[in-house]
Design a protein around this ligand. Structure first.
Ligand SMILES: *[C@@H]1O[C@H](CO)[C@@H](O)[C@H](O)[C@H]1NC(C)=O
Ligand SMILES: *[C@@H]1O[C@H](CO)[C@@H](O)[C@H](O)[C@H]1NC(C)=O
Ligand SMILES: *[C@@H]1O[C@H](CO)[C@@H](O)[C@H](O)[C@H]1NC(C)=O
Ligand SMILES: *[C@@H]1O[C@H](CO)[C@@H](O)[C@H](O)[C@H]1NC(C)=O
Ligand SMILES: [Cu+2]
Length: 334
């Protein structure tokens, strides 16, 4: 009985949540606050956050919009940022999802100013951060960050990364609509920041770590088909492969220069504990006590929402039905 009532209420919520997704509202780099333009009614304000058309997801892994979001547009500002420093990225406080991954990638703007760089298909992306499950709590990092509205995502620009003009692609992946193991329904919310990285270092990704968007993800990637509540959360791996390994661009692998050495210890994907040293998995270990209550319920998505309402709603309904049949409780949006 309770389950049925909860399901009905959830379906009602589902219908009313069409617009409740999210965008990068602002970010802070080198102490400066860059505010995004209005995603529904762009005012042409100077910003370093590439604008997207609305706050809905990209759902097709083969779409060119997987790079920087739906109909992303070049903007007029580049944000200077020091390699090794933290960029604070603030998504909409109304972001409603607590189930899924977050990834961060960078790509040089083809040797030009990012304010001129249009050809996203040519961008060579390398992964600098990923967050799925917080091993210290067993919860989704997404829940820990976004269920406490206002908390930023703190991302470290890799230390000694070669200076240059880069796009930073930050992405939230909502898995709440993945209906069953191996199912589909992942929603990608990528967005790009235009950065000018200042550095004395010479680190670049090893060439085998470059990917393209689209191309980096397949619809069948386990990181996109993970069904919340069904799988082993602790086993979850975000899609797109391991973090890039950074190497000295002088190409002297046997060299004694500190950059190459620090790259292998800070970005090597084979060493999980040293990957943490890069700084990008540190932020969420300090979980405020107010999120402690999440642990019990956070393997059940808070709600579902959509780009293509009809399809998404159907998937969501199936998901809710499946969950009710399996006797799990459906958690309601607060
Ligand atoms: C950055 O700017 C936005 C909008 O202009 C503002 O809401 C936000 O509080 C600012 N962030 C900080 C840390 O000052
Ligand atoms: C990139 O272009 C913008 C806009 O013209 C300009 O303000 C900025 O200084 C340029 N960045 C670099 C690194 O030249
Ligand atoms: C992993 O990194 C840690 C810390 O940098 C280091 O002490 C350890 O030897 C590394 N392990 C391997 C297998 O590289
Ligand atoms: C994120 O960075 C800001 C500014 O450096 C800092 O005040 C805040 O505590 C950091 N948040 C976390 C969760 O580390
Ligand atoms: Cu959404």
């Amino acid at each position: 009985m309770v389950h049925i009532a909860a399901t009905l209420i959830s379906l009602a919520l589902l219908a009313s949540q069409a617009a409740a997704h999210g965008v990068v509202e602002w970010f802070i780099a080198n102490g400066k606050n860059y505010t995004g333009d209005d995603e529904f009614d762009p005012k042409g304000i100077p910003t370093a956050i590439r604008t997207v058309n609305g706050n809905g997801p990209v759902v097709d892994v083969t779409s060119p919009y997987t790079a920087c979001g739906n109909q992303a547009k070049v903007v007029s500002v580049e944000a200077p940022v020091d390699a090794g420093s933290i960029v604070e990225i603030r998504w909409s406080s109304t972001w409603p999802h607590n189930t899924g991954a977050m990834t961060a990638w960078m790509a040089e703007c083809g040797g030009m100013n990012c304010t001129q760089f249009q050809d996203l298909a040519s961008a060579q992306w390398f992964k600098i951060d990923e967050k799925g499950i917080d091993p210290t709590t067993g919860d989704w990092y997404m829940a820990e960050i976004f269920m406490d509205p206002g908390k930023p995502y703190n991302l470290t620009i890799p230390e000694n990364l070669k200076a240059g003009q880069y796009l930073l692609r930050h992405e939230l992946i909502n898995l709440a609509l993945v209906a069953n193991m191996g199912g589909s329904g992942a929603e990608m919310y990528p967005q790009c920041l235009q950065l000018s990285v200042q550095s004395n270092g010479d680190l670049v990704p090893q060439s085998s770590d470059y990917v393209h968007f689209p191309g980096a993800y397949k619809a069948t990637d386990p990181g996109l088909t993970f069904a919340p509540g069904d799988g082993q959360k602790s086993q979850y791996q975000p899609p797109g492969g391991p973090l890039a390994k950074l190497v000295s661009s002088s190409g002297d692998a046997s060299g004694t220069d500190g950059n190459a050495a620090s790259s292998t210890s800070s970005m090597a994907p084979s060493n999980a504990s040293s990957t943490n040293v890069a700084g990008n998995t540190q932020q969420s270990t300090a979980v405020p006590s107010s999120t402690g209550s999440l642990s019990a319920a956070s393997d059940i998505p808070t709600n579902t929402c959509s780009g293509d309402m009809k399809n998404r709603r159907k998937v969501g309904r199936e998901e809710l039905r499946g969950r009710t049949l399996r006797g799990r409780r459906v958690r309601l949006l607060r």
